[in-house]
Design a protein around this ligand. Structure first.
Ligand SMILES: [Zn+2]
Length: 343
């Protein structure tokens, strides 16, 4: 069974349509539970976040990579590829990438020579054929054909990234609209009216990544959904409640037991306590030096106070620039405090 399409229902839930390729078409509807905070936009950002190089790694590690590109071998390949993509990228993204390969391989089978020619429309990314015997698009082996197709799949994934960046930066949406106009022929969408749960329900059946994101983006713009960049992992995410949410709910790269949101809260707490400590130390030292200068009316102590204020200011600026940490500033303050006592 292959993923033949993915359907959208108006409320933002998704259904996968699987088709038996051999014999009669069988459609299996697998409703997914998207109540758990998922909705329109999440698939787009998941695709935008994924590591494209992993797909090339998967292709190079296929068992039958060096086999001929006949239909039977390609069918087996799609099956293996699907399992590996789902393992790597999860069910939705993995299946969608596989559907892109499926679409392109179907075109290939229809007219092999013509199809290879169309691949020249895509730029060959650096290192695509690195450490292989191939140097141009072609179908000498399954590995060769899949690597040749990869830039076409990459175009859709790059579009996901570009669109997410534009929306996250609140940039002129004309860029997004232009991208659509340019790639409109890549859309493969069937629109059907069905009855689900006694209600007339429009269903979009999409056949590749670009169709999927076309619908996602139209919904994002229509429903005014925000895309944010996580302050911790720097990946795109859809904020659930507040549009100014800074951290995502994915596992944080620093601590696998915490989400970025939990990790962010912990870091904010740590920074705040450190800030509090630095401010407390600064005030203690400042007051002590100021009192001494006032009491003795000695220019040496007045100069010492001025020097301290100036240096503390420099430390704070360097923290802002990221040149030193708050910890280093605190250590310096503690030294100053100790110096004061010795006087
Ligand atoms: Zn994050």
């Amino acid at each position: 069974m292959y993923l033949d399409g993915l359907s959208f229902i108006e409320d933002g839930s998704y259904t996968f349509l699987f088709t038996e390729l051999t014999g009669e078409e069988k459609i299996q509807l697998i409703p997914l539970d998207f109540n758990n905070g998922k909705g329109f936009g999440n698939v787009l950002v998941d695709l935008a976040n994924l590591n494209f190089e992993r797909i090339s790694f998967i292709i190079r590690n296929l068992n039958n990579a060096k086999d001929d590109c006949n239909e039977k071998n390609l069918e087996t390949t799609l099956e293996i590829l699907n399992t590996m993509l789902v393992d790597e990228f999860g069910f939705i993204c993995g299946s969608l990438i596989q559907s892109d390969f499926f679409c392109l391989l179907s075109d290939y089978i229809k007219n092999k020579n013509e199809f290879i020619k169309t691949l020249h429309n895509y730029n060959c990314p650096d290192g695509l054929f690195k450490d292989t015997d191939y140097d141009d698009w072609g179908d000498r082996t399954i590995e060769h054909l899949l690597l040749s197709i990869l830039p076409a799949v990459g175009t859709s994934l790059a579009a996901c990234h570009k669109i997410s960046s534009c929306i996250a930066a609140n940039e002129d949406l004309e860029l997004v609209v232009n991208l659509f106009t340019k790639l409109i022929n890549n859309q493969r969408i069937d629109y059907k009216i069905s009855v689900m749960g006694g209600k007339i329900t429009p269903i979009y059946k999409v056949h590749n990544i670009f169709s999927m994101i076309s619908i996602e983006v139209s919904k994002i713009l229509e429903k005014d959904i925000d895309i944010n960049i996580c302050n911790n992992c720097k990946k795109f995410f859809i904020p659930l409640n507040r549009s100014d949410t800074q951290f995502c709910d994915n596992v944080s790269p620093q601590d696998e037991n915490k989400t970025c949101k939990e990790y962010g809260r912990y870091i904010n707490y740590l920074t705040k306590t450190q800030n509090d400590l630095a401010t407390k130390l600064y005030k203690q030292i400042y007051n002590s030096k100021a009192n001494k200068a006032k009491r003795t009316r000695n220019i040496i102590f007045q100069n010492d106070l001025n020097k301290f204020r100036l240096l503390a200011k420099k430390y704070k600026n360097r923290i802002k620039l990221g040149e030193i940490t708050e910890d280093e500033y605190i250590i310096w303050l503690k030294d100053q405090k100790l110096g004061n006592k010795e006087d």
